[in-house]
Design a protein around this ligand. Structure first.
Ligand code: FAD
Length: 462
């Protein structure tokens, strides 16, 4: 029997591990382990955890509709797996790769446990458009790409030459196994999470990711290039929450996209950013460690609370934070503006904003979120130059001239004219001009602090 563990692959089609199970021709035990660490502090009540559980509930429904079994368990993955192996004739464990530091550590542990039990632990790449190892070998590089545009060019060619079409096995082709009752009892999902999952499964029909994709491709793709930054118009796909949980397959998206003409290239470019960051997470040893690589001690958290609650007095910032807090959504341009404002004008270390987005974004993804925060705070590969600081007022005037987005999320400002609505309110917590000048100076020093650290470690070794 094969044990298959769902993680960020919450779907039942186009999964390389399903193809492998099908070829092996044996029964498979399918589990999804709700990890107490990842659900700590009632995270499932925040937008990010809620979205994850919504996709879990829908996945469970998909299994039921196909007449197959998915077992949802609650516990530390390593302990659950040990128990499963003791109680079921498992010979192999299959999973899809996950790149976050927590996931890498968890999988290392699972691998060690499996080998101590004489079982094979096999991972498959399922979340990127280009398989990382194949891409690096094909492009003849040992080092990761540090600049997006050359990466994008190679990535495009790679896809044209080597794109691997979606895998053909679906859950209906597999023979799923039952779970021993003792395991189900030991790792029972807590009542409140169970209740939430039940509620969510009755509401999953309106959440079909593929219908959402079709709608975007037929209605919005052709104007994507001109509308993607007009955040009041909602012209992007909003597919991220499905992509990040694996509810939709990126290979199937690509296959559909190649049938389209207008707007496809620009949209594909965004999907390339996704792979660019996933690639860095795997290949840049500092990706999850930049807060220790640079000296951020000159920054502080004085204004963090006002920023997070949308009380800064800068209308576009406050409107965006209100939308985030209420709905779990914020358009990309506004993520860039609010992140840059927090890290630069308000001089707050990026990790505070990153942590806040982690809870609040429905489409939260550890890698893409960090990538966005590194970009905004001028750290990491191909980040925004430290001296180029977005002015939230100018951004608002450019991308939403009538201020309709601000009027939606800050109704108390509705009466202001189109000209006034973008401007800082009386009592705004910072002056944009002087805080910008200070940020340029501060970040110049921060970026130099890396060099100092490198040369001081060199001195140490000399
Ligand atoms: C500070 C900050 C934090 C972010 N945090 C997240 C996060 O937690 N989860 C997340 O999915 N995205 C994050 N992003 C990237 C981006 O904002 C979202 O992917 C995008 O807004 C999702 O909307 P969409 O699906 O309508 O995108 P579309 O414009 O329709 O693009 C399609 C897909 O391309 C990818 N994509 C688009 N823009 C980017 C980008 N800038 N970087 C990487 N991939 C991109 C996404 O997978 C997206 O779903 C963050 C960006 C910033 C600046």
């Amino acid at each position: 029997m094969i044990l298959f563990i769902h993680r960020k692959d919450l779907r039942t089609i186009d999964l390389p591990a399903f193809d492998a199970i099908h070829s092996a021709g044996v029964a498979s035990l399918h589990v999804l382990i709700l990890d107490p660490f990842l659900l700590r502090k009632e995270r499932y009540l925040e937008h990010s955890g809620y979205n994850f559980l919504t996709q879990v509930a829908r996945l469970h429904q998909d299994y039921i509709l196909a007449g197959k079994q998915l077992h949802i368990l609650y516990g530390e993955p390593d302990i659950v797996v040990k128990k499963l192996v003791q109680t079921h004739p498992i010979e192999q464990i299959l999973v899809h790769t996950d790149y976050t530091p927590y996931a890498v550590k968890r999988d290392k542990q699972l691998n060690a446990t499996a080998s101590s039990l004489g079982i094979r632990f096999q991972t498959y790449s399922g979340s990127m458009l280009c398989d990382l190892d194949e891409f690096m070998e094909w492009s003849g590089r040992a080092e990761p790409y540090k600049v997006f545009t050359p990466f994008y060019r190679r990535w495009r060619t790679f896809l044209t030459e080597r794109f691997r079409p979606p895998y053909s096995t679906g859950i209906k082709d597999l023979q799923t196994a039952s779970l021993e009752q003792s395991v189900a009892t030991t790792f029972r999902v807590p009542d409140e999470v169970e209740r939430l999952l039940r509620q969510l499964s009755s509401r999953t029909n309106d959440l079909d990711a593929y219908r959402k994709l079709d709608h975007f491709l037929s209605e919005n793709l052709q104007d994507y290039t001109v509308r993607r930054d007009k955040y009041a118009e909602d012209g992007t796909s909003r597919i991220s929450r499905y992509l990040n949980t694996g509810a939709i397959s990126v290979r199937m998206i690509y296959t559909r996209l190649t049938e389209e003409e207008r707007g496809a290239e620009e949209w594909l470019r965004q999907l390339a950013w996704r792979d660019f960051y996933l690639l860095q997470a795997r290949l840049d040893a500092d990706f999850f460690n930049y807060e220790n690589v640079f000296d951020l001690t000159s920054l502080g958290t004085r204004h963090f609370e006002a920023w997070s609650q949308g009380n800064t007095g800068i209308p576009v910032i406050d409107a965006a934070m209100h939308q985030l807090n209420e709905t779990g959504w914020m358009p990309n341009r506004l993520r860039m503006i609010t992140a840059m404002f927090l890290t630069k004008n308000l001089g707050c270390p990026f990790i505070y904003g990153e942590r806040y987005f982690r809870l609040k974004l429905s489409d939260y993804d550890n890698v893409l979120n960090r990538g966005g925060w590194l970009w905004s705070s001028s750290l990491g590969f191909d980040a925004s130059p430290y001296f180029r600081i977005m002015n939230p007022v100018t951004q608002s005037q450019t991308h939403d001239p009538s201020g309709s987005y601000i009027r939606t999320w800050l109704p108390e400002l509705t009466e202001l004219s189109d000209k006034e609505i973008h401007l800082p309110r009386p009592g705004a917590i910072v002056d944009l001009k002087s805080s910008r000048a200070l940020a340029i100076e501060t970040y110049k020093q921060i970026l130099q602090s890396k060099k100092k650290a490198a040369s001081s470690s060199l001195l140490f070794f000399l």
